[in-house]
Design a protein around this ligand. Structure first.
Ligand SMILES: *Cc1c(COP(=O)(O)O)cnc(C)c1O
Length: 484
């Protein structure tokens, strides 16, 4: 049995080519006169000999082997894999944006600067912050930038002992990682029986070394922490600041503003909530917003408006400096700007309403068939546990693999860590009821199979070009070169 798509080398036929050149009409110079002897090949390179059609089919077929949000449902909890409207791409490809060199004089880039300025204003309005920088290019990068700003703030006040960051046990892994990157010590705060921050544990752990508490709200369990006002008070009274991980803001648009609930710094992922593509480590954008007292520390330069002119201000003596070349990922910002303008304020509010409705619909129909640890209204996502299936020898990883047979991308699994065999599902607002019902049917079938025919699940996937892979090995020791 061959590979479903023959490798391009296996299609090779001696003498076949994909091009033809016109007759040479200049004198031919022997290669010996052009290159030193040591650099001349003794034998022809081993390249596939194929036609243009062979090459095109090969690459187009390869490109269709990957699951994508354009080809199927992608309920990847916390990661917000929503549909990416194509109008965003149209806007980004306008030559005035796409072909603008980042080093042109400011007077020739007024449109781009205006877009950046306006986008910063919109994001400040959405999050309830006083100023925003578009420079960071990922969520984790935004966290790093925000924590640098917090560190600079404490330092400027002579408050040198603030070197710890409090991180709840349900936090995204990037939170403690970013805190470590800026040289802070990480102290974990426990969740209570409702899946929210345990206030007793928080009180026991705040002291005068706390630089900040990093919080995701709704958290990665998809639960809104209703104690947020009290949490903010506890941290602020101890002299610490509140950091909002807004990577996934899909439940709060137009509903709650982090700035109104006590947060001092926030980052957003434009490549999640604001519909710009992500995955495969592609370009992202993780803007950071801050309250007024932190503005002096924002990354330089900042886009400023004077009269009806825009310019970049580098004269920011207290700034933490640059965190990325130029001004961030401009193309991603154009996409997010387009999305916000297309949706308008009411549209964004509707995004959150529909995202929350879709998640609750799935949660209501799947609970019972899968264990639900925190049985309450969820926000944009919820976390099931595969422990009922584990009793039959079927693990969450197996369920994830079996979903591939039905053309569904697996949800986020084994995260957050506080749920045994976690399955974290986020449908997003862009999916219709038919897709949600299809997913429910598939999940119920897998739950039945786990009881009646567990092998079918533990051996899955059956229909994909390759079955189970050594995922760690593939990432650590990738084989990128074909060898005969
Ligand atoms: C995705 C995510 C991050 C990290 O964002 P990246 O762009 O992948 O660095 C951080 N926090 C939460 C809650 C997330 O969902």
């Amino acid at each position: 049995m061959g590979h479903p798509i023959p490798l391009i080398f296996e299609r090779s036929v001696p003498g076949r080519t994909g091009y033809s050149l016109p007759e040479c009409d200049v004198p031919e110079v022997p290669v010996q006169q052009l290159l030193p002897a040591g650099q001349i090949r003794q034998e022809a390179p081993r390249l596939p000999q194929v036609s243009e059609g062979d090459v095109i089919r090969h690459y187009v077929n390869l490109s269709s082997l990957n699951h994508s949000v354009d080809t199927g449902f992608y309920p990847l909890g916390s990661c917000t894999m929503k549909y990416n409207p194509k109008v965003n791409e149209t806007a980004t490809r306008l030559p005035g944006f796409a072909r603008l060199h980042p080093l042109v004089p400011e007077r020739c880039a007024q449109g781009a600067l205006e877009l950046m300025y306006n986008l910063e204003q919109y994001l400040a309005e959405i999050t309830g912050m006083d100023a925003v920088s578009l420079q960071p290019v990922a969520g984790a990068h935004g966290e790093y930038t925000g924590l640098k700003i917090i560190a600079a703030y404490h330092k400027a006040r002579g408050d040198h002992k603030r070197t710890t960051v409090l991180v709840p046990d349900s936090a995204h892994g990037t939170n403690p990682a970013s805190a470590a990157m800026v040289g802070m010590k990480i102290v974990e705060v426990k969740s209570d029986c409702h899946g929210c921050v345990c206030l007793e544990d928080l009180k026991a752990k705040v002291d005068d070394t706390v630089a900040a508490l990093m919080l995701t709200n709704p958290n990665t369990l998809g639960l809104f922490d209703i104690n947020i006002a009290e949490i903010a008070e506890i941290v602020h009274n101890a002299g610490g600041l509140l950091y909002y991980d807004g990577a996934n803001a899909n439940a709060i648009l137009g509903k709650v503003r982090p700035g109104d609930t006590g947060f001092d710094v926030v980052h957003l992922n434009l490549h999640k909530t604001f519909s710009t593509p992500h995955g495969g480590g592609g370009p992202g954008s993780g803007p950071v917003g801050v309250k007024a007292q932190l503005i002096p520390y924002l990354p330089a330069p900042r886009v400023v408006k004077e009269g009806d002119q825009y310019r970049l201000d580098y004269n920011l003596p207290d700034s933490i400096g640059k965190v990325h070349s130029f001004y961030g990922n401009f193309g991603v910002n154009v996409r997010a700007y387009t999305y916000i303008r297309m949706m308008g304020g009411e549209g964004l509010e509707r995004v959150s309403e529909d995202a929350v409705l879709n998640a609750n619909y799935l949660q209501a129909r799947l609970k019972g068939h899968y264990h639900l640890e925190y049985d309450r209204l969820c926000m944009h996502e919820f976390v099931l546990s595969g422990k009922l299936q584990k009793a039959h020898g079927v693990r969450t990883l197996d369920i994830a693999k079996r979903l591939l047979d039905f053309g569904v991308h697996p949800p986020t699994i084994y995260f957050p860590l506080i749920i045994d065999e976690a399955i974290m599902i986020e449908p997003t607002e862009t999916e219709g009821k038919e897709t949600l019902d299809y997913f429910i049917d598939v999940m119920l079938q897998i739950a039945r199979e786990a009881k009646e025919d567990p092998e079918n699940v533990t051996q899955a996937p059956h229909t994909t070009p390759v079955s189970r892979l050594d995922e760690v090995g593939a990432a650590r020791n990738p084989v990128l070169r074909w060898q005969p």
